[in-house]
Design a protein around this ligand. Structure first.
Ligand code: PLP
Length: 648
C-alpha cells in the first residue's frame, strides 16, 4: 500500500520557497529520467510506469520502506521489471515504425547481448517479454550460449554467437541449428573457419554463418581509440575475401547469410551511426555481388544512453533520439541497396546498454559526513601564542572582494609557517589545530566571494571542491559502480527524498572501501560536469537515501571484491496497473562467509582457529567462560552477516 504522505507534505522546505521543481531542475531528473523518473510534489523521487491507457507512479521511498520491512538493507540494487519491458517494447516499435514509414521490405530482429547484464532474472525477463517481438540473444562465450539456449523458447528469435569459438562451442551451436534454432556463428577471424567446416561436416549440420567486418568509421565517445582500423575485432577486407573463397571451395557459400558490424558502445553522435551503416551496407553489397545469399544485416550495439540528459554529442550523452536512430538505419540501407536492386535484409541490432540501463538503480544510505567547516574560533588568542596564529586571525578579519587573492596567499603562507614551527617543536598540537581552523575559515570566506566574480583565478578554481563536505555512503564503488572507477563513467546521482528542502551542502561521495579511488567527484548536472553534488544536511535519527540511476548495463558483473565487499541485496519489483507493486524476486547479498570462500578461505576452519584463540585466553585467565561464549557467538554472527554497514 502506498504510504500516506500528508504528514510530511507540503514539507519543511516550503518556508524557504524551495519546491520539488527546484530539485528537479538542480538534479536534471526530467531530462536523464527520460519520462521514467521524476519527482513528486511531496519531494520524493518516483518511477513512472506506462500502461498504455494510464500511468502509474510509485515513490522510490515506498519501495525502500518495503525493503526495510522485509529485512533487505542498504545498499541494494532495485530493478523495476516494467522499465525493462518498456525498453524492449519501444526499441521494437520504433524500428517497426521506421520500417513502415520507409516502406522497408523486411523486418527487425533485436538481440540482447548477454554480457551487458547476465543476471538470470534479467535474461529470463528479456526472453519472456521479448518473445512477442521475437527478441533474441547475443552470446560471446560458451557460457552465454548455454544461457541463450536454455532461455529462448521462440524459434523466430535469433541467437548470434560472437567471440572466439572452440569445437565445443561450435558443436553446441550446430546442435541448436539441428533443432531448428536460428543460431548464427559470426566469424571474427580466419582461423575459425576450418574448424567450423570440419565440425559441420562431422555432425552433418549446415551452419548459419556471419562475418564480422572492421568498419573504417571512427566513432566519437569513450571508445573512439578502438574504433575504425584500430578495432581489435573483425576481419580485414582481405581476410573477408579469403573466407568467401574458402566457403565457395567447400561448397558452403550458401551458408553465408549475415554481415556483422559493431561500431562501438555508447555512440553519442548520430552522424557516426549513419556513416557506419552506410559503410556496412557497402560490404553487404560486396558480399551479395560475390554470390553469397545474405539476408541479415547485424549492426551491433552502440545505441547510447543519455546519462547526462544533455542531448549533446559528449561522451556520456547522445545527440539523437531512439526513433531517429531507427529511421537513420532504415534510410541508409535503402539508400545503398535500392539503386542496386538488392533486396532488403532483416535488420538486427544488439542494443545492450539502451535496453537495460534504465531498469536498475543502486540505492544506499549515508553513514557519516566529514564537514569541512572550521571548528570553533576564539575571539581572543593567548598572549604568548605564535605570531603566525595572530597573523592568520587578522587575515580572516580583512578578507573582502578586493583583497581576497592577497588574503589567500597570506593565509597559505602563515599556515605553512605555523606547520614549520610545529615541525621544530615550537608550536603545540592545539596551536596547529587553531591555525588550520583559521586557514579554513579564510578559504570559506573566499569561496563565498567566488560566485560573484566574472573570472576566477586558476589557483582558486578547485576551491569549492576542496572545501566540499565528504558524505560517506554505504556502498562499494568497485562492487556496484565499476565503470565509474574504470572508465570515468558518470551516472545520475541524487537524494530520493527530502526534495522539497533546499540542499545546502556541497559534497563529494566516498564509499566504504577506504581506498582513495573509492570516491565520486564527477556529477552530471544540466550545466555539465560538476565536481560536487548538492546534498541535504543529515538529520539526527533519520536515514538519508541516495540513488544512482541508469546502472542496469555493465555494472552488475564487472564489479569486484575490493576490501571484500560482496554482492549487494537485490530486489526486483513489478508495478501493477492498479498502482500497487510487488517484490517479485529478492536476493540477499553475499555474507562475509560467502566472500571469504571466494578468496579460498574455509570459514568453518577459521571459526575453529578462532575458538582455539579464545580457549587459550580462557586458560591464561584473560576472559571467563561466559565471555568466551559471547565472543564466539559474535564471531559467528559476523561471519554470517552482510559485508556492508549494518544498522541493527
Ligand atoms: C558489447 C557489445 C554490444 C553491446 O553494445 P551496447 O553499446 O551496450 O549496445 C553489442 N554487440 C557486441 C558485439 C558487443 O561486443
Amino acid at each position: 500500500m502506498p504510504r500516506e504522505l500528508t504528514d510530511t507534505a507540503p514539507a519543511a522546505g516550503s518556508d524557504t520557497g524551495w519546491s520539488s521543481e527546484h530539485s528537479a531542475e538542480l538534479y536534471g531528473i526530467n531530462t536523464w529520467g527520460a519520462g521514467y523518473f521524476d519527482l513528486s510534489a511531496q519531494g520524493e523521487a518516483q518511477v513512472n510506469v506506462d500502461f498504455g491507457d494510464h500511468q502509474v507512479v510509485v515513490s522510490l521511498m515506498d519501495i525502500v520502506l518495503g525493503m526495510r520491512a522485509r529485512g533487505l538493507h542498504m545498499p541494494a540494487v532495485l530493478r523495476i521489471r516494467n522499465l525493462l519491458d518498456h525498453r524492449i517494447k519501444v526499441l521494437n516499435e520504433s524500428f517497426a515504425l521506421a520500417i513502415e514509414q520507409g516502406n522497408y521490405q523486411n523486418s527487425y530482429r533485436g538481440v540482447f547481448p548477454i554480457k551487458v547484464n547476465q543476471q538470470c532474472h534479467v535474461i529470463e525477463e528479456i526472453a519472456d517479454y521479448g518473445r512477442h517481438y521475437h527478441h533474441g540473444l547475443e552470446a560471446g562465450s560458451k557460457a552465454e550460449l548455454i544461457i541463450a539456449l536454455s532461455q529462448l523458447r521462440d524459434h523466430d528469435s535469433l541467437i548470434i554467437c560472437n567471440g572466439y569459438k572452440d569445437a565445443e562451442f561450435i558443436d553446441l551451436g550446430l546442435y541448436a541449428r539441428q533443432m531448428g534454432i536460428a543460431c548464427f556463428f559470426v566469424l571474427e577471424s580466419l582461423n575459425e573457419l576450418p574448424l567450423l567446416i570440419e565440425r559441420s561436416r562431422a555432425l552433418d549440420v549446415e551452419p548459419l554463418i556471419g562475418v564480422r567486418i572492421k568498419n573504417s568509421v571512427v566513432v566519437d565517445g569513450h571508445w573512439s581509440q578502438d574504433s575504425g582500423d584500430r578495432s581489435i575485432f573483425g576481419l580485414s577486407t582481405d581476410a573477408l575475401i579469403t573466407i568467401v573463397d574458402e566457403l565457395r571451395a567447400a561448397g558452403m557459400l550458401h551458408c553465408l547469410q549475415l554481415l556483422h558490424c559493431h561500431l562501438g558502445s555508447q555512440i553519442p553522435n548520430i552522424r557516426n551511426v549513419r556513416s557506419g551503416v552506410l559503410d556496412a551496407c557497402r560490404f553487404y553489397v560486396g558480399l551479395v555481388q560475390e554470390g553469397a545469399p545474405m539476408g541479415y544485416l547485424d549492426l551491433g550495439g552502440g545505441l547510447a544512453v543519455d546519462y547526462e540528459g544533455a542531448r549533446t554529442n559528449s561522451t556520456h550523452s547522445m545527440n539523437y533520439q531512439l526513433q531517429e536512430y531507427c529511421t537513420n538505419i532504415v534510410e541508409s540501407i535503402c539508400e545503398t541497396l535500392d539503386p542496386l536492386d538488392i533486396s532488403h535484409p532483416v535488420i538486427i541490432t544488439e542494443s545492450g546498454r539502451a535496453t537495460v540501463a534504465y531498469s536498475s538503480m543502486l540505492l544506499f544510505n549515508i553513514l557519516d559526513v566529514r564537514d569541512s567547516h572550521p571548528g570553533a574560533l576564539p575571539a581572543t588568542l593567548p598572549e604568548d601564542c605564535s605570531e603566525n596564529l595572530s597573523n592568520l586571525q587578522s587575515v580572516l578579519s580583512t578578507v573582502g572582494e578586493k583583497n581576497f587573492q592577497e588574503c589567500y596567499n597570506d593565509a597559505l603562507f602563515y599556515r605553512d609557517e605555523l606547520r614549520e614551527e610545529f615541525h621544530h617543536g615550537q608550536a603545540t598540537l592545539r596551536e596547529r589545530a587553531l591555525g588550520e581552523n583559521f586557514y579554513l575559515a579564510v578559504l570559506q570566506r573566499i569561496a563565498a566571494i567566488l560566485p560573484q566574480l566574472n573570472r576566477v583565478p586558476p589557483e582558486l578554481e578547485n576551491l569549492p571542491e576542496l572545501l566540499s563536505d565528504i558524505y560517506y555512503g554505504n556502498f562499494s564503488l568497485f562492487q556496484s559502480l565499476p565503470d565509474m572507477w574504470a572508465i570515468d563513467q558518470v551516472f545520475p546521482i541524487m537524494p530520493i527524498h527530502r526534495l522539497t528542502e533546499e540542499p545546502t551542502r556541497s559534497a563529494v561521495l566516498a564509499d566504504l572501501t577506504c581506498d582513495c579511488d573509492g570516491k565520486i567527484d564527477h556529477f552530471s548536472t544540466p550545466e555539465g560536469i560538476s565536481r560536487t553534488l548538492k546534498l541535504h544536511e543529515l538529520k539526527p535519527d533519520e536515514d538519508y537515501y541516495l540513488g544512482v540511476f541508469l546502472v542496469g548495463a555493465y555494472q552488475e558483473t564487472l564489479g569486484d571484491l575490493h576490501n571484500l565487499f560482496g554482492d549487494t541485496n537485490v530486489v526486483n519489483v513489478a508495478v501493477n496497473s492498479d498502482g500497487t507493486f510487488e517484490f517479485v524476486r529478492e536476493f540477499h547479498g553475499d555474507s562475509i562467509f560467502d566472500v571469504l570462500k571466494y578468496v579460498e578461505y574455509e570459514p568453518k576452519k577459521m571459526q575453529e582457529q578462532f575458538r582455539l584463540v579464545a580457549e587459550e585466553a580462557v586458560r591464561s585467565g584473560k576472559i571467563s567462560i561466559p565471555q568466551r561464549q559471547a565472543i564466539l557467538q559474535a564471531f559467528k554472527e559476523s561471519l554470517h552477516g552482510y559485508t556492508y554497514f549494518e544498522h541493527e
